[in-house]
Design a protein around this ligand. Structure first.
Ligand code: PLP
Length: 399
């Protein structure tokens, strides 16, 4: 029998997981070793887009598991070919590159942007511009592109050619961008940074500034993609089309996979041998992602996300009318941020822990924001029950 205490005994202490160990999940419910039940508003950090053990995903995984798992990219495979076609058919993109995580999808996006700039304009054009407080992953390059020094400091010399502008500040980006800029990378909604949506004017201006300076626009949709906001990808809400888009998290619904999407013209710059990864396009991962896309990319699920958002916000406003803990609710679709009132600043973790004790799994987005990223097909009944547990936790929080 394993216990939570084994975490501290055997794992590198990069995390401080909750004091219970989930063992079973079905839909938006999870059970721990002691048989206690939880409502899941965390969704594995915006990953479990169809909840736990969705029958269509279980079937895809089991079916593929008896056929072939992995062949590497020395050979291709049917699930990867089918998934690439689905993604191309459903988006602006004409080509896909598969990898295993969000950080790798961004790493590929950033390398591609630098390669394109290098091939077309020369080595001087290499600058990557990114927003303060953004998050793009934890590899040594992506963590430095992310605008949060607490994650990138303390690892020795930093890679060159990265500069930061203020999110949603057109003037700040205009000042920074120049003809040596290879790419601007943006989250349409800053997820880890506090569930902060971009303004339409800002994304539009970023597009125009990139065009003017021959820079590429990269949208990091690792958190906002695959139905999370009520469109397949968040850029569709804004009518601003990127040159490169990164996806992961919800794409596999719990099976690790990432993808970089781009145009045929740009994809040419990643010729044979220029970039690669052993697991990218793994048959099991692509089979699950293909099945997930079939379910998520439908009017029923996407419109449902919008309806569930409204339901959440209506209930949250009622709850807040009672407690006055939050100053604002932010986000789109089923990526929702509850911003703590000034007087409760820094105390999101306390609320998260109280929710665990009351049978509700939630997330934070920084110390001042409670984040919900539940299954895209969570029922209204589960939302209501989860929010009842949330209400209990807030009562305890206020003492
Ligand atoms: C989670 C996240 C990443 C990193 O994804 P990993 O799979 O953890 O590498 C990158 N960008 C955004 C916007 C994310 O939310």
């Amino acid at each position: 029998m394993s216990t939570r205490a084994d975490f501290d005994r055997y794992l590198v202490p990069t995390y401080a997981p909750a004091d219970f160990v989930p063992v079973l999940g079905a839909g938006s419910r999870v059970w721990d070793q002691a048989g206690r039940e939880y409502l899941d508003f965390a969704g594995g950090i915006a990953v479990n887009a169809l909840g736990h053990c969705h029958p269509a995903l279980v079937m895809a995984l089991e079916e593929q598991a008896t056929k072939i798992w992995h062949v590497s990219n020395v050979f291709t495979n049917e699930p990867a070919l089918l998934l690439a076609k689905r993604l191309v058919d459903a988006t602006f993109a004409e080509r896909a590159f598969f990898c295993n995580s969000g950080a790798e999808a961004n790493e590929a996006a950033l390398k591609l942007a630098r390669r394109v700039a290098h091939d077309r304009f020369g080595a001087h054009k290499h600058k990557i511009l990114s927003a303060f407080n953004s998050f793009h992953g934890r590899t040594l390059f992506t963590v430095n592109v992310g605008g949060q020094p607490k994650y990138s400091d303390g690892f020795g010399p930093k890679p060159e050619g990265i500069a930061y502008f203020e999110y949603n500040n057109i003037e700040s980006l205009t000042q920074l961008i120049d003809d040596d800029t290879a790419a601007v990378i943006l989250e349409p909604i800053q997820g880890e940074g506090g569930v902060l949506p971009a303004t339409p004017e800002f994304l539009q201006a970023a597009r125009e500034l990139c065009n003017k300076h021959n820079a590429l626009l990269i949208f990091d949709e690792v958190q906002t993609g695959v139905g999370r906001t009520g469109k397949l990808f968040a850029y569709e809400h804004y009518g601003v089309v990127p040159d490169i888009l990164s996806s992961a998290k919800s794409l596999g619904g719990g099976f690790p996979i990432g993808a970089m999407l781009t145009t045929a013209d740009l994809a040419q710059h990643f010729g044979v041998g220029v970039h690669g990864t052993t697991y990218g396009g793994n048959a099991l991962a692509c089979a699950v992602a293909g099945a997930l896309l079939d379910v998520v990319n439908s009017p029923e699920v996407l419109d449902g996300v919008i309806a569930k958002h409204q339901h959440f916000i209506k209930r949250l406003e009622l709850i807040n009318g009672q407690f006055g803990v939050f100053s604002a609710f932010r986000g789109m679709g089923l990526l929702i941020g509850c911003v703590l009132e000034e007087k409760y600043a820094g105390r999101a973790k306390e609320i998260l822990d109280l929710c665990s004790k009351n049978g509700l799994m939630i997330l934070m987005a920084g110390p001042n924001v409670i984040r919900f990223a539940p299954s895209l097909i969570i029922s209204e009944n589960d939302i209501d029950e989860g929010l009842a547990r949330f209400t209990e936790a807030l009562k305890k929080f206020l003492g």
